[in-house]
Structures are given as C-alpha cells and as structure tokens.
Write a protein that binds this ligand. Structure first.
Ligand code: ASP
Length: 496
C-alpha cells in the first residue's frame, strides 16, 4: 500500500521528534577544543575560566549553555586567547586544558542529519523569489482592469488588517489573564539575561526602527534587481504588481510574450515544488529531530508559563478565529479546509519560514482548495509578506511578558499602542526564521520597555517561531479562499 505524501510527512514529524529525543544532546557534556585536540568533559563539579593565573569566572553548576555562551562572549570581546579551563570533578580530581579554541555541545546523530533539512529549506527558498515575482506579475496582469485589481487588493489588505487586530487582541487577552512575567523568579531572570546578553545585543545592533513614513518610502525599490537579489519581498511585490498592471494596459501583441514568459516561469516553479516535496518526509524528519535534540529542555521549563501563553493564543487563533472567519465568509467545511492544509502546516512548522512554505501553499490552494490561479498568485505572495497573524500575536505576548518581568504595568493606552505597533512590526517582518524577534524590538520601544529584555525569551524563540509560522501561513490560505469565494470564483474542493 502506498502511503500518501502528507501522511508520510506527518509520520516523519513524529518519528523525528522521537529520534531527536532519543539522541538528544547531553546537557552534562562539553566538547572543549584546544591546541592539544578535542576533550570531552562530563559530570564536572566546577569549571573555571582562567587567564594568566587569574580566575575570570567559575561555574559551580552544570549550566552547559551559560558556559558555552561565556566562552563565545570572550571571543566576541577578542579576549579568548590563552584561556585555560580548569575542571574539578566530584572525586577531587582536577583537569587543566590550555589554549582553548572552542567550547561547544557534543553533537549526536540527532543533529548530524540536519544538512538534508537545510537543503530542503534552501530549495524552497530558492523558488520563493522567482515564484513571487512571476506569479504576481502574471496574476496582476490577468486581473482585467485597474478597478478589479484595486477591489481584490483592497479586500486582501482589509482582511489581513482584520485578522491581525483580532490576533493581537487574543494575545493581549492571554497575557493579561495568565500574567506569565509576574511569576518569573529573580534568579531565573538574572541567569537568562546573562546567558543571552550577547545574542540580544547582536539583534539590537541591527537598529530596526519603525517610522511609518520611512516604512512606506522603503516599499518602493530604487532598483528592483537589487530587491530581487536581496530577497526584499515587500519591494518585489510592489514592483511586480505595478509591472503586471501596466502589462495589462498595453497592446496585447506586445504584452502577451512577457506575460506568457512569467506564467511559464511560475508554472515551472510550482512543478519544481511538487518534485521537491518528495524529499519533504526525510527533510522534516531531520529538521524536527535536530530541533528536539538540540533544544535545552531546562530553558523550556524556566519559560514554561510564557511559552504556554504564546501557544494557547496561537491555538485559539488557529482553531477558533480562523474557523469562525471561514464559516462567516465561505461555505468551505472547516474540517476539509484543515485536512487539505496538512502539508502546508508540516512544512511551515518544520522550516519556520513562510517564504519557504509559499510554493507549497500556492500549490495546495490552486490544486486542492480550488482557488483560481489569478487570485492565488496575487493574494498569497502579498499575504506571505505582510500577513503574519501568528507573529503579531507572539509579539504582543512577548512585549507584555518582558514588561511584566521588569515590573511595568502597561495601561490601556499602552496596550493599544501594542496593537498598532505589533500589527506594523508583523508587516515589516521578513517571512524567514527568527525575524519576528528582531521586529519585537520596535514594539518594546513604542511602550518604553527595555529592549535588552529580548534576552529573556531568545532561548525558546526557535520553537515558538515554528509554532507562530503555522498560523502565519494558514491565514494566507484562508484569505485566498475567502476572497475567491467573495468573487464567486471558488471551484470544487479536492475530495482527498
Ligand atoms: N518565521 C516567521 C515566518 O516566516 C517570521 C517570524 O515570526 O519570525 O512566518
């Protein structure tokens, strides 16, 4: 019996999680690389970093992550030369390692297979830019006139704005009810701040700011080819829509070849996706296994209440808000809609990237959900770039959490500011892993919460990124179905 691809992917996801937890990275082992070679140390009672006989720092605990981060912070400060590590064991024995070059976790087979997953993500990402460009140009050109484009564009943006505001409100509701930041012990706060200080700083140094005027100005590319090379989705979308519109305005004999060219390019990309999906089960397996194997469960425990708040919000968004909207605006059965989204969900979850998932979303929307190409190719690339409900919700909860840990009580006006800035920050978030966290800095700045606070949540960002990317992409399919149905253009669903 042949198992269907989406079932294979779901099985791979589960097996990957099991494999990763069996071959998880040992929290009590460290690999220390020095001039003399690699030494694996485990079950130490203390580890001291010394330089020219003065002790820089001593760790009495098994805090593997803090030890690794401390050494990398020395490296960043260019103070890692001639470091000597002194390890004491419970038996009283001492070990000295000189001229240390690197301190890292001891990798297991759980993470060693990850390159297969990385190739999969790169293949999908490779397709995303040409697909957005080609399909948007062809899509905009096929919408018969300017009025039609404005109507569909208006509906799309309106729908995205509506879902984002509801998503953020759900996030704020959960953050106010659960108050995850109020229960964080001072000691955990200090430890997280110390461990992730450098990571937080490198994000703060990217100096993101959200000035609405600048934001709008920056949507217009100075050079569309640079936008394509840099993968700047908003600029590509802008250029592609304009090109498509004016292709539809010039004489057919001049425009037809160009439109055919982009249509052909788009079709080839979609076909490529279908082929790439054959390796999806293996890729998903290695990606999930690597995340589970590498993930520090101790951090998850420290940030349990915060993670639960985010995940509860995302669950309500996905399984309550979206079905309600689907019911209000379309006749598509909720169960069927979600069933047909399985591949999209699995790819979004394991890659944490809406851009990498876009080719799959497009394929499913057109082939399974019955959305005509001219709507899917317009609504989806736009949605992938600007519509990030999951990210917006996460940013609202994260801002509230950090404020609570710092002891700030955000009043109603400040929370309304969060609604506005999180909606904009999510629009500005690039559809790739981890950017939601960087754009969170804008939300924090807007309500005066210290931006260094992101150090508190970096440790669990990867797993929450996987979770928030799922509603980010489901919302795009939902918008596609809603708009196609409002235009009376939704075809029969696939009866898979
Ligand atoms: N990973 C998210 C996405 O691609 C963006 C983010 O929230 O970091 O949709």
């Amino acid at each position: 019996m042949k198992i269907k691809l989406h079932t294979q992917i779901v099985i791979a996801l589960i097996l990957g999680a099991v494999f990763g937890s069996i071959f998880h990275i040992d929290q009590n082992k460290l690999s220390i690389n020095a001039n003399s070679g690699e030494t694996i140390v485990q079950d130490w009672s203390s580890i001291a970093f010394t330089k020219k006989d003065s002790v820089l720092k001593t760790y009495e605990s098994k805090d593997q992550l803090s030890i690794i981060k401390y050494f990398s912070s020395l490296r960043i400060k260019k103070a890692a030369e001639d470091i000597v590590i002194k390890i004491k064991y419970p038996s009283g024995q001492e070990q000295i390692i000189e001229k240390v070059k690197e301190v890292s976790k001891v990798k297991t087979i759980g993470v060693l297979l990850k390159p297969i997953g990385d190739i999969f993500i790169r293949l999908l990402t490779m397709i995303a830019v040409p697909l957005v460009l080609a399909s948007l140009i062809a899509g905009a050109a096929s919408l018969s006139d300017l009025k039609h484009i404005a109507k569909i564009g208006g509906k799309t943006i309106g729908f995205y704005a509506l879902t984002a505001v509801i998503a953020i409100s759900i996030g704020l509701f959960f953050a106010n009810v659960i108050q995850p930041g109020k229960f964080m012990p001072e000691e955990s706060k200090q430890r997280l701040m110390e461990t992730f200080q450098e990571d937080a700083q490198s994000r703060i140094d990217q100096n993101v700011s959200m000035n609405i005027v600048d934001f709008l100005v920056n949507i217009v590319p100075k050079n569309p080819f640079k936008a394509i090379a840099d993968g700047d989705f908003l600029q590509i979308v802008f250029f592609a829509i304009l090109t498509g519109i004016f292709l539809s305005q010039i004489k057919t004999e001049k425009s037809k070849t160009v439109i055919d060219f982009f249509e052909g390019l788009g079709n080839a990309m979609i076909m490529l996706v279908e082929k790439i999906m054959y390796i999806a089960p293996y890729a998903v397996f290695t990606l999930i296994s690597a995340t589970v194997a590498e993930f520090g469960f101790s951090i998850l425990q420290t940030l349990l209440l915060y993670s639960v708040t985010v995940i509860a919000g995302l669950a309500v968004l996905t399984f309550v808000e979206y079905p309600i909207l689907l019911k209000i605006f379309t006749k598509v059965p909720v169960y069927k809609f979600f069933k047909l989204q399985r591949q999209v969900i699995a790819v979004a979850f394991s890659t944490s990237s809406s851009a990498a998932t876009l080719p799959v979303t497009m394929d499913i929307c057109e082939k399974k959900l019955g959305v005509p190409n001219r709507i899917a190719s317009f609504v989806l690339p736009l949605g992938t770039t600007v519509n990030m409900d999951g990210t917006a919700l996460y940013q609202a909860v994260a801002a509230m959490f950090i404020a609570q840990v710092y002891g700030f009580d955000l009043n109603l006006t400040q929370q309304l500011t969060i609604v506005l800035t999180a909606a904009l920050a999510a629009v500005g978030t690039a559809p790739v892993p981890g950017v939601g966290l960087i754009m969170l800095i804008i939300v924090l700045k807007s309500v005066g919460v210290p931006e260094e606070g992101i150090a508190l949540i970096i440790g669990v960002d990867r797993i929450l990124d996987m979770c928030r990317t799922v509603p980010n992409v489901i919302a795009d399919s939902l918008a596609c179905v809603v708009i196609a149905s409002s235009e009376g253009e939704l075809r029969e669903l696939s009866n898979e």
